[in-house]
Structures are given as structure tokens and as C-alpha cells.
Design a binder for this molecule. Structure first.
Ligand SMILES: NC(=O)c1ccc[n+]([C@@H]2O[C@H](COP(=O)([O-])OP(=O)(O)OC[C@H]3O[C@@H](n4cnc5c(N)ncnc54)[C@H](O)[C@@H]3O)[C@@H](O)[C@H]2O)c1
Length: 417
């Protein structure tokens, strides 16, 4: 690989959730200049970029440009800033929102990726383009393993065979793509475009398209928008009394019987760095922690941590949730990440999920000024009302024990799938 240490890194979509940690790691591990390109949708915030650097002197290496990855002007940015590494995080990222706004997802995920690919194609100075994707493109393990609907719920409740079934069906990079939501489908389309460009084109200097697709599992960490599962639960427990409904409760889909694999954003960011440094053109790499659990065990850990750290009586938390659902909710994600280990020398470090959930709850307690303006905003309240208010009213006021009362002290370490 050519020595391109002097080149800048353009990170698109870095003003959202994962972006600040990617910026932090790139500033920590390289001495390059970083250009952030972000449209600042409802999910993006300028102050996420400002808060990212760990050292004040690093802030001088970051330039912020407000713009859209679908805009043809992106190519000019690569040239103007001498960009040699490109990372795309820009996306519409909330699965539930994709059900009502598929065209927005199609535009950003696919048209945006296409535009970036054309820009890379026209700019031979770019030596690596990492298109950040998701393991959701593989679909759901319950469908692949023949455990749909009631069969899955029985397997998840029983638990004795759950771990064996999930581990047998973990998704490897070559697995067929069977996305289950408009979000996952448009992300899959973006991945396919990347591979099609690697296969179809050489740049004007004859060099191959230096593009890599990464597929991370569910991320957690600081700066996540309150609409997503973990912050939604934490923010609800910390500040339920807001909005038109007068009180918010935590929506629990599918009795908490879905399985997710939790990857800390810092581990994800190091994976993206390793992909920039050494993944081969055309490669696809999964990043996951191997730390998987049922949502009900995860949420129970959140309830325990909020109770311990914010002084809320644990007994009152049974009244803090309600049963919710949505059609087509994927019931199990899990990825085989051996290629990231063997090919990139990458290893996740944040694997003690009990400890990590404690840190996460503490971050939201310590950063009320960051999330309360969103939590109390009219936009977020309208979203909350449209999605949850009717279901919460239907559920009535009875306490909803989504967890096993006999196992409230069970640590996540004991509950891993
Ligand atoms: N959050 C997860 O659990 C997770 C897991 C695996 C992969 N991913 C992928 O990682 C990437 C980042 O995810 P996230 O959770 O940080 O998302 P996010 O929604 O928090 O942030 C997305 C950012 O992209 C910006 N953006 C949206 N449309 C844009 C456009 N057209 N042009 C420029 N900027 C635009 C937004 O303003 C925002 O800053 C996404 O591609 C997502 O699919 C996320």
C-alpha cells in the first residue's frame, strides 16, 4: 500500500452516535486531519463532533462541513482536502422509522453510497473507502434456523437449547442477505453497490476500487439518540414525566425475547480503523463482541443500574414498562467475527456487559444536558405519541413483569446466549 500518512480522512455522518467515537479513535491513533461531512438530520448534532476529541489540541485537526452525501459536490471535497481515507457512517439508522419513511432510507443509504463510490472512482488519491454496514442485512437467525414465531418464543423462554441454536447459526460474511426491514434492505443494497463497483471498475490510473464493507452488530455507548432501545429505556426510567402523555414507560417488544449482540462503539471504531489500515479491496468484515443476550435480561440490568445509581426503588420499576410489538421485528441477531480477528488482528475489549451497562447508565445520568433537550422536544414527543401512546394506553396501568421475578439478581454474565 502506498504511504499516504499525510492524507486527510473524510468521515461522513460523524455527527451521530457512532461517529464521535470513530473521530476520537482516529484522532488518538493517527496524526491526520479529519473532515466531517454531515447533513445534520434529526439524528446529527454539531456538538457531538465538538465533544469527540479527548485533547483540546486535537480539535484543531477536525474540520466540519455541513452537507449531504447524495450531493455531487462530495467529489470536490475529496480533492480540496486531500482525502486519502473515506469512511461512510451517514445513514438513516432507525429501523422503526424506516417502516414509515422508506424513501428517505433508500435515498441516503443507496443513492448516497452510489455517489460516494463515484467520487472514489474519480479520485485515485483515495486509497481506502470503508462503507460502514450492519449485520441486519443477513436477516434474523430465527428465520434462518426454522424457529419462527411461537417456536422462537418457546426456545427463548426455555433457554436450554437457545445458546446452541444461536451459535450454530451465527452469520458469516458469505451468508445470503435476507433483510427484514426497509432499513436493512437499503443497507444491503448499499453493500451490493460497493461490491458491484469493486467488480466493475478500475480508476482512471488503473487502480482497483479500494472499497471495504464492514458489518457491525448492535452498538451501544455514549451519544446514542434517545429513540434507540438502550437510551430509550434509560431516559424513560430517569425522566418519565414528560410529553403529552404525561408519563412515558419503557416499551418491551416480544416480551423481551429477542436476542441482540452488543458491540461497544469504541470497539467498533477500532474495527473501522483496522479496516482502513489493512482490509483488502472488496472485503466484507463482521464486527461483533460475541456478547449476546435476551432483551429482557439486558433491560433488567438497565433497571437494576438505574435503581442503584439514581436511587429509584427497584419495586417501582415493574410499573415502568408496557408490552409493545411491531410486525416483522427481527428476533435474533448474531455474527461470526472470526475473520476480523484472523485477517485484521481486531479484538473487542468491552465484553463485560454488566460493567458496561453500569457505565452507560452513568453516562446518561451525567449528561442530562445532552439528552434532555431532545427528550422534551416537541418533535420527539410527536414521534413518541405516534409510536407508543396508543399501545401504552391499551396496556393499562397494571405492572408489567417482563422479567422472571425469581431471577432479578441474575447478572448478564450468567445470561449470555
Ligand atoms: N447504531 C448501531 O447499532 C449500528 C450498528 C451497525 C452499523 N451501524 C451503521 O453505522 C452507521 C452510523 O450509525 P449511527 O447509529 O451512528 O447512526 P445515527 O443515525 O446516529 O447517525 C447518522 C448520522 O448521519 C447523518 N446523515 C444522515 N443522512 C445524511 C446524508 N444524506 N448526508 C450526510 N449525513 C447524513 C446524520 O445527520 C447523523 O449525524 C450507519 O451506517 C449504520 O447503519 C449502526
Amino acid at each position: 500500500m502506498a504511504d499516504d500518512r499525510a492524507g486527510a480522512i473524510l468521515v461522513a455522518g460523524a455527527a451521530g452516535f457512532i461517529g464521535p467515537m470513530v473521530l476520537r479513535v482516529l484522532l488518538r491513533e493517527t496524526d491526520r486531519r479529519i473532515v466531517v461531512l454531515d447533513k445534520l438530520t434529526y439524528a446529527g448534532r454539531r456538538d457531538n463532533v465538538t465533544r469527540a476529541p479527548e485533547r483540546t489540541e486535537d480539535a484543531q485537526r477536525v474540520t466540519f462541513v455541513q452537507g449531504d452525501i447524495c450531493d455531487l459536490a462530495v467529489q470536490g471535497l475529496l480533492e480540496a482536502y486531500g482525502v486519502t481515507w473515506l469512511v461512510n457512517l451517514a445513514a438513516e439508522s432507525h429501523v422503526d422509522r424506516s417502516l414509515g419513511a422508506a424513501p428517505d432510507f433508500l435515498r441516503t443509504e443507496m443513492q448516497g453510497t452510489l455517489n460516494l463510490l463515484e467520487a472514489v472512482r474519480a479520485t485515485p488519491a483515495v486509497t481506502k473507502f470503508v462503507a460502514v454496514g450492519t449485520d441486519e442485512v443477513y436477516g434474523s437467525i430465527d428465520r434462518n434456523a426454522g424457529y419462527e414465531g411461537e417456536r422462537w418464543y418457546a426456545l427463548a423462554r426455555e433457554q436450554s437449547d437457545l445458546r446452541a441454536v444461536v451459535r450454530e447459526h451465527l452469520f458469516r460474511e458469505g451468508a445470503p442477505l435476507r433483510p427484514g426491514s426497509p432499513y436493512a434492505a437499503t443497507k444491503a443494497g448499499a453493500d451490493l453497490l460497493v461490491h458491484a463497483f469493486v467488480n466493475s471498475y478500475r480508476r482512471r490510473d488503473g487502480s482497483p476500487m479500494p472499497c471495504v464493507v464492514t458489518r457491525g452488530t448492535n452498538n451501544y455507548g455514549p451519544f446514542q439518540h434517545p429513540e434507540k432501545l438502550l437510551p430509550l429505556a434509560i431516559c424513560t426510567l430517569l425522566r418519565p414525566d414528560v410529553g403529552k402523555a404525561g408519563r412515558r414507560r419503557v416499551p418491551i417488544y416480544d416480551d423481551g425475547l429477542a436476542v441482540r449482540e452488543w458491540l461497544h462503539t469504541e470497539d467498533h471504531a477500532y474495527g473501522i480503523l483496522r479496516a482502513l489500515q489493512s482490509a483488502d479491496a472488496g472485503a466484507t468484515v463482521n464486527f461483533g463482541s460475541g456478547v449476546r443476550c435476551l432483551n429482557r435480561d439486558l433491560l433488567l440490568a438497565v433497571f437494576r443500574e438505574v435503581s442503584a445509581r439514581a436511587g429509584t426503588p427497584f419495586a417501582s420499576l415493574a410499573e415502568a414498562s408496557f408490552p409493545a410489538a411491531r410486525a416483522g421485528h427481527d428476533l435474533c441477531y448474531g455474527a461470526d467475527c472470526s475473520a476480523a480477528r484472523t485477517d485484521l488482528g481486531w479484538e473487542p475489549r468491552h465484553t463485560d456487559l454488566d460493567r458496561e451497562i453500569g457505565c452507560l447508565v452513568q453516562w446518561y445520568i451525567d449528561n442530562l444536558d445532552w439528552w434532555m433537550p431532545v427528550w422534551e422536544s416537541a418533535d420527539f414527543d410527536a414521534y413518541w405519541e405516534s409510536k407508543y401512546a396508543a399501545r401504552m394506553a391499551d396496556a393499562g396501568n397494571a405492572p408489567y413483569l417482563f422479567y422472571d421475578e425469581a431471577a432479578t439478581d441474575r447478572s448478564l454474565a450468567q445470561a449470555l446466549v
